[in-house]
Design a protein around this ligand. Structure first.
Ligand code: SF4
Length: 307
C-alpha cells in the first residue's frame, strides 16, 4: 500500500501507477500544456523525476523524445548519463545528447569557478539555454522538465522570502512560446518527489539515487527541508501554498515578467533572446574558455541521438 498523505489516500500498485498518470494528465489539461500533435522534448537527468515524467508521457501516447545534457560533474555525470541511456534503450525512445565539455570546452565546476558563480547558477543557466536551443534547433514545440510539487513549492518559498517579483511572475507550470523560445512546461507539478520515486520503483525504472555533489549547501535543499517539516505536521500545506499562489497571487506578477520578455533582443553570439548584447550562456562559455566573447568554442547543439 502506497500512502499519499496529501490526498489522505492509500493505493495498491496498479492504482498508484494510474493515480500518477492521472495527476500528469490533469496537469497537462488544466494548464493547457500541450496536445497530441505537439512534439515534446523532455529534459532527462537520469534521476527519478525526469525518468518518471518521460515514462508517463510515453504511456499517455504523446510524441516525446529525451534530451540529456552532459554537465561534466565527475562520476555523477557518468552515472546519470548511463541511466538516461538505459531507459531510452528500454523504451526504444530517441535520446538527444549534448555534452557541455566536448561541445563547449568546459565542465560545470570549472565554468562556475571561471565565471565566479556558484555551480548551480552556472549549471542552471546552461540548462535553460541548452534545453531551449535544442528544442528550437530540433523543431520541438515544447520543453518538459521534471520539476515536481516539492521543487516548485521550494522555489516559491525562496522567491517569497526575497520578494523576487520578476521570478514570481515567471513561476508558472507553463511559460508560453515566444520568438526564439519554445514553450516550457512542468507536467509533474501535481506529484511530490516521494511519489515520483515510488512510481519508478513500482515501474522497474532504474535511476540515479545519489544527489549531485554540487548540491551540498544549496539553499533550495534547505527550503525543501523546511517545507517538509511543515508538511509532516500539516499534510497538504505544500500543495495549498503552491496552487493558491497560482490561483490568487501569480496574476499580480505576470505583467513584470511580460515586460522583461518584451525587452529581449537576439544575442550577438548565438542569436538566443537576451536582455543585453550577449546572453549569459555565451558570457559563461567565453569566461570558462578564456576566449573573447564571440570567439569561444561551441555554439551548436549538434547532438547525438540514440537509439
Ligand atoms: Fe546542476 Fe546544481 Fe543540480 Fe548539480 S545540484 S545538477 S550543479 S543545478
Amino acid at each position: 500500500m502506497i500512502e499519499v498523505r496529501r490526498h489522505n489516500a492509500g493505493f495498491c500498485q496498479p492504482c498508484f501507477l494510474k493515480h500518477c498518470r492521472d495527476q500528469v494528465s490533469r496537469a497537462i489539461e488544466e494548464f493547457e500544456m500541450f496536445g497530441p500533435d505537439d512534439r515534446v522534448l523532455v529534459a532527462v537527468s537520469g534521476g527519478k523525476d525526469s525518468l518518471a515524467l518521460w515514462d508517463i508521457l510515453l504511456d499517455l501516447g504523446y510524441q516525446v523524445d529525451g534530451l540529456y545534457l552532459g554537465l561534466g560533474i565527475g562520476e555523477y555525470s557518468g552515472s546519470s548519463g548511463t541511466y538516461a541511456r538505459q531507459y531510452a534503450a528500454r523504451r526504444c525512445a530517441p535520446l538527444i545528447e549534448v555534452d557541455i565539455p566536448s561541445e563547449f570546452g568546459f565542465d560545470i565546476p570549472t565554468g562556475a569557478r571561471a565565471a565566479k558563480r556558484v555551480p548551480c547558477s552556472a549549471c542552471g543557466l546552461s540548462k535553460r539555454h541548452l534545453f531551449n536551443q535544442s528544442a528550437v534547433d530540433g523543431g520541438y514545440d515544447v520543453v518538459a522538465t521534471g520539476h515536481n510539487l516539492d521543487d516548485e513549492a521550494a522555489v516559491l518559498f525562496g522567491n517569497v522570502l526575497r520578494w523576487e517579483t520578476a521570478y514570481l511572475g515567471r513561476q508558472a507550470p507553463v511559460l508560453p512560446a515566444a520568438p526564439g523560445f519554445a514553450r516550457k512546461v512542468k507536467p509533474l507539478v501535481r506529484m511530490g518527489e516521494r511519489e515520483t520515486a515510488a512510481y519508478c520503483v513500482l515501474s522497474g525504472i532504474d535511476y540515479i539515487v545519489e544527489e549531485c555533489p554540487m548540491a551540498v549547501g544549496n539553499k533550495h535543499l534547505g527550503y525543501k527541508d523546511a517545507l517538509n517539516q511543515i508538511e509532516v505536521q500539516s499534510p497538504g500545506t505544500k500543495a495549498a501554498f503552491y496552487f493558491s499562489f497560482l490561483d490568487r497571487v501569480s496574476p499580480l506578477f505576470t505583467g513584470i515578467a511580460e515586460e522583461e520578455r518584451q525587452g529581449l533582443q537576439p544575442c550577438a553570439g548565438c542569436g538566443s533572446p537576451t536582455t543585453g548584447e550577449w546572453c549569459a550562456f555565451c558570457k559563461l562559455v567565453a569566461k570558462a574558455s578564456g576566449a573573447p566573447l564571440g570567439g569561444a568554442a561551441g555554439g551548436t547543439t549538434g547532438a547525438g541521438v540514440a537509439p
